[in-house]
Design a binder for this molecule. Sequence first.
Ligand SMILES: Cc1cc2nc3c(=O)[nH]c(=O)nc-3n(C[C@H](O)[C@H](O)[C@H](O)COP(=O)(O)OP(=O)(O)OC[C@H]3O[C@@H](n4cnc5c(N)ncnc54)[C@H](O)[C@@H]3O)c2cc1C
Length: 551
Amino acid sequence: MQSTTMSSAGVSATVCRRQGGFKAAMRGQAVAQQHHARAGRSSLRVVARDFPKPDFEKEKTFQEMAAISAAVKAAPRPKEPLTVVIAGAGLAGLSTAKYLVDAGHKPIVLEARDVLGGKVAAWKDEDGDWYETGLHIFFGAYPNLMNLFKELNIEDRLQWKQHSMIFAVRDSPGEFSRFDFPDLPAPLNGIVAILRNNQMLSWPEKIQFALGLLPAIVYGQPYVEAQDDKTVTEWMVKQGVPARVNDEVFIAMAKALNFIDPDELSMICVLIALNRFLQERHGSKMAFLDGCPPERLCQPMVDYVTARGGEVRMKAGIKNIELNEDGSVKQYNLLSGESITADLYVSAVPVDIFKRLLPAPWYQQQFFSKLDKLVGVPVINIHIWFDRKLTTVDHLLFSRSPLLSVYADMSTTCREYFDTERSMLELVFAPAEKWIGRPDEEIIAATMKELENLFPTEIAADGSKAQIRKYKVVKTPLGVYKTVPECEPCRPTQRTPTRNFYLAGDYTKQRYLASMEGATFSGKLCAQAIAEDWNTSAVKPSQPAKEKALA
Ligand SMILES: Cc1cc2nc3c(=O)[nH]c(=O)nc-3n(C[C@H](O)[C@H](O)[C@H](O)COP(=O)(O)OP(=O)(O)OC[C@H]3O[C@@H](n4cnc5c(N)ncnc54)[C@H](O)[C@@H]3O)c2cc1C
């Protein structure tokens, strides 16, 4: 199937059975079929199928990141392991700890909450069902995470889906438009996917968009970085790209990338994503984790670290950072009243929290004061458990609705949440600025109105069709930093001007966006910087700076 509309998986499934030629296009899509249950009521049966793990090991980026992992492991062993205290057990803090034990050190991770993972944290409700901080998607273009899964021997926990991007069709309730990537080298696969979809963009629009992107292709990274002074909408106007391209594609993309609209989002964000998606054969392939991230991804990191002499302490929030007279860190003071001293200190807390912990003397330095520009964006993650199986797709969907960003039927996409009888939709509600303070009931009512459009035959906002069994609303008032123009120069490196203090976190400088990949990479870069600075040093970090300089 070249063209790409499907009204719903149920209807498509019927078409598929009637016309064998559609079969290939439906591969990997959960097929919800009407059949009659014993009680005589119509119910749905879902067939979900994962796709093989892509062979991204051949990609240059995967190999580059594998080389950094290997270099950290092969770094000369320190005379004695340094104790490194890390604040925060999100992916950045855990990644720092993982690569620090690889480099021969002893990390102690201090996490404020009783749950691992930070923005990938999840909880079990009273029925034993998981609910999460965010619907999380892993991309083929995440070479650090892919290396990490391999290093932890948990690659089989990623459920790869068909190489497609699926968008709801505006003004055609219940219809979806697909970009199906053929198995060809990049960027040919992306070009073919775009050219084959004639539903969202006309030929003249595609051509004008391609011409607009030409400088990014010709001039590469320097051009991409220079676009940080414009929003996506401003860039479109400057490049003569029709406004409809913005409306059809970039509102959905901006909301998915940073939970804001294209008239706020910096163009650098879109270009970084496009660059990776279009340059790597498997870059835009998506995978779901097979269960909740704290258990399926964070716990193996903790096990790895503790098996090698590190520690992870929960409910151990940092209250403040106490300094020595020379401005270096003396100790972390905990909310419990305890103080922790170490050879080195790392902050892997989110940027908004780090700014609150920032000692006043450090604020005099531009390295730290420029962090003022980085401010978390509000986002809401919604889970609705329905009393029946909805017609569904085994993939992530771009809702293109005013209030929602992406969503997925987790009862189909994710092994641990799998349910053939009843759907659980997980939806990202964004932009959420005007909604973050509103009651859950209002947010759910607004979501149901949007869902009416996405599931016209199955969901009615008044609840007269599919019934809500229960819901959970998880609000994150300060999520990833809001990537408005001119943020890029404010992202700090993992090395700081303070000799015994380092940073990790998705907001810190690395070539990926604020994402799981960015967080993981920042932790690895942090551990690498520590290994480079101290593994061969003749002095200890506790000795004055000039002695280190002489060493
Ligand atoms: C709704 C949503 C959807 C998302 N979807 C995706 C996606 O599909 N793909 C993707 O790649 N990324 C996605 N992200 C982004 C991704 O989750 C984050 O970029 C990443 O997890 C951030 O990791 P981090 O370690 O830098 O920070 P965090 O995860 O925020 O970790 C910081 C940790 O520090 C702890 N902490 C805070 N204060 C203290 C203190 N005083 N003392 C000790 N510890 C403290 C916190 O409790 C937390 O555990 C999404 C985010 C959200 C919110």
